[in-house]
Write a protein that binds this ligand. Structure first.
Ligand code: IVH
Length: 669
């Protein structure tokens, strides 16, 4: 191919890919199959590699590039990023309207009311339609240059579409980077699986993602971006806020459709109430509405105060915060031995959810907030997550309270506690019953050994009665042992025995996952299984061997090697094998692959198959299984009792089929 031909093809490919990105990430209407998209993308990457000087900075291949940074540069905004006055009461909004009408000397004003996104405010700068710089709000005048990270957000156009008005010259757009609730929950699940600290709310998660020094991490967090203001434009002057939103949409940005043009302030108040009622059903967090004078010439007439415009206000929703009392602070011990202080609270209703516990994270956090037993505190529910103590009402503190201190000994087993970074951990390993309990529950769970009926309650009893002291004891249990437990009648004892028997040939990767090795989640377990194909060679692998595997870093390699080097762990594994456990590994992709390329989610019940069986069959047919609904999912199998996942799938207009249709597609009965 000549250079001229390459140039033409590169432009053509980039244009096509941009169009597909916009359909997929902004319009939610994919126009092409994943595989076909990947082909276009790879062709473009290859050509750009062959002709490096033809690569453009706004090429779709440049979403992740530039590599690691050591710090963010400070940048001055093109236009100061103002804040808005936040109001909490309808009366104050009426006063705002009064001031606006008086200032303009008019009877009635058209407002535009929009959701107030609870994300991270960013400035996006375009030069002749090409994205050249993005920054955080900072102090309003200067922010941090996070261009590389923002590029990874698919909803951000790297080049403004040419339909509509062509934006020449410099343009600064303001918007909000945020994380959807689905993405947030999936991220937290991954973090918890790796024994890392989950984020308290989507806003923190988005902020964490945007401020990563490595854009690859930002990319993996899949942020979304909505825009709502043109802060500066050299050659384009919208006449209204409505016109601004239309122009932004035309340029290819993600612009919320849930906005209302309001004839007078009462209309805006109604919109706010309606939106509040819908708040819990949106797939991202909002904390109020922003009410803006629609006409830009009127905005200019009204002008601004020192830090905020006179033509806009934020009318916030009431916070999901309530006041209650701390009855106790208990310290919980997790599967990895981590000690977490938890406030046990007088139950209180926080916008429809009863809250009786709140996490206090770690000792530093408790001391920083100085939470004590007997205190009156504010608790908040943020996103769909663990409630947290916001602050102590010190004036209500009774006499004679004492500051919290982390116990020097594990509250469960009495062994010494050590500090590791911000956390305290019990040093007793599996001899600590709390760690053992967490381990056994994990071991028996779905996706691991999948022992039906062996849940938290039963495990607790088995451990209390000293029937289970390590993982291998699970398979030494007899019907007589179960008969001694509460809630076990003849039928359930039979079922339990059958479930134990049925779980004896786990897939190798599930077996590895079940062992509860630190840093070995489902993904790493699969990599290990694929690489070694059997347990024995894996058990002899050194950390160096393990690091050779693509996708496994030094920390994970170290942890795996360390686990299998332990005499005690080897003994447990030996006993498991002697009890008849036979991990099996089948190299993938033997038969026909009718579901190749599909990303599938199962939700609700199945009649003919168990969930693990169905998933295995789907994988054998070439599909990948996801645990949560997202835009990447291509096929959903829904059965009786399917709930929120099905709703989410419908919202994203994903293909949904039932069990019978699934069986038909994989060629089964
Ligand atoms: S307008 C000069 N519209 O809320 C007015 N702000 O202080 C500029 N926010 O951090 C802001 N959603 O980033 C506007 N639809 C929306 C918004 C919005 C969220 C943020 C904004 C700022 C804060 C208000």
């Amino acid at each position: 191919m000549t250079k001229a031909e390459a140039k033409k093809r590169i432009e053509q490919l980039a244009g096509e890919i941009r169009g597909h990105d916009h359909r997929y990430y902004v319009l939610d209407r994919p126009g092409i199959a994943d595989a076909a998209y990947d082909r276009l993308f790879r062709e473009l990457q290859d050509l750009e590699a062959q002709f490096p000087d033809l690569g453009a900075p706004d090429s779709p291949t440049q979403r992740v590039g530039g590599g690691l940074r050591t710090a963010f540069q400070k940048v001055q905004h093109l236009q100061a990023m103002l804040s808005i006055d936040s109001l909490m009461a309808a009366d104050e909004v009426l006063e705002f309207d009064g001031r606006v009408r008086k200032g303009l000397e008019v009877e009635r004003v058209t407002y535009v009311a929009e959701p107030k996104f609870d994300g991270l405010s960013v400035e996006l700068v375009y030069q002749d339609g090409v994205f050249v710089r993005g920054s955080t709000r900072g102090d309003g005048e200067t922010g941090e240059d996070i261009t590389g990270n923002l590029r990874t957000i698919r909803a951000l156009p790297l080049r403004l579409l040419e339909g509509g008005v062509r934006p020449k010259g410099l343009i600064a757009v303001r918007g909000e980077a945020l994380m959807t609730l689905a993405e947030f929950e999936a991220l937290n699940r991954r973090l918890i699986e790796r024994s890392e600290e989950p984020f308290a709310n989507p806003r923190n998660a988005a902020a964490g993602a945007v401020r990563q020094l490595d854009p690859k991490i930002t990319a993996s967090r899949r942020l979304d971006l909505y825009v709502y203001e043109i802060m500066a434009a050299e050659t384009f002057e919208p006449r209204t806020q409505t016109g601004t939103l239309d122009a932004l949409r035309g340029w290819g940005f993600h612009v919320e459709r849930n906005v209302r043009v309001c004839d007078g302030i009462q209309d805006a108040l109604r919109y706010r109430d309606e939106l509040q009622a819908k708040r819990e059903t949106l797939d991202y967090e909002i904390d109020g509405v922003v009410i803006k004078v629609d006409r830009r010439d009127w905005q200019a007439l009204l002008g601004m105060r020192s830090r905020s415009p006179r033509w806009a206000v934020a009318f916030k929703f009431p916070p999901r915060i309530e006041v209650t009392k701390v009855l106790d602070i208990v310290v919980q011990v997790g599967r990895t031995g981590k000690l977490t202080p938890v406030a046990s609270l007088q139950p209180v209703d926080v916008s429809g959810v009863t809250v009786s516990r709140a996490t206090l994270h770690n000792e530093d956090e408790v001391l920083r907030k100085d939470v004590r037993v007997g205190d009156t505190v504010r608790v908040r529910r943020a996103g769909d997550v663990i409630p947290e103590v916001v602050e102590v009402l010190k004036e209500k503190r009774p006499r004679g309270t004492t500051a919290f201190a982390m116990p020097a000994k594990c509250p469960v087993c009495g062994a010494a506690v050590e500090r590791e970074g911000a956390y305290h951990v019990c040093t007793n390993g599996l001899s600590c019953l709390a760690q053992l309990e967490g381990h056994v529950i994990h071991f028996a769970a779905r996706g691991a050994m999948d022992i039906a009926g062996l849940g938290g309650k039963t495990v607790k009893q088995l451990i209390e009665q000293a029937l289970v002291k390590d993982l291998a004891d699970v398979y030494a249990l007899t019907p007589i042992d179960f008969a001694a437990l509460e809630g076990f009648a003849e039928k359930s004892i039979e079922n339990m025995a059958a479930a134990l028997e049925a779980s004896k040939q786990p897939r190798l990767d599930r077996f590895l996952f079940a062992l509860g090795i630190e840093h070995v989640g489902e993904t790493v377990a699969r990599l290990l299984a694929e690489h070694f194909g059997a347990l024995a060679p894996l058990m002899e692998a050194t950390a160096e061997d393990l690091q050779q595997i693509h996708g496994i870093g030094p920390e994970v390699a170290e942890s795996v090697a360390h686990f299998f080097a332990s005499k005690r762990n080897r003994k447990v594994i030996e006993r498991l094998l002697r009890a008849g456990i036979q991990p099996v590994h089948e190299a993938r992709a033997k038969g026909p692959q009718p579901l190749a390329g599909q990303v599938m989610v199962f939700t609700g019940g199945l009649e003919g198959l168990t969930r693990p069986e169905a998933q295995k069959r789907a994988e054998d047919a070439g599909a990948r299984i996801a645990s949560a609904i997202s835009k990447r999912v291509t096929l959903v199998v829904a059965g009786p009792g399917a709930g929120s996942k099905l709703d989410e799938a419908r919202k994203l207009k994903l293909e949904v089929i039932d069990e019978a249709e699934f069986l038909k597609r994989i060629g089964g009965k």
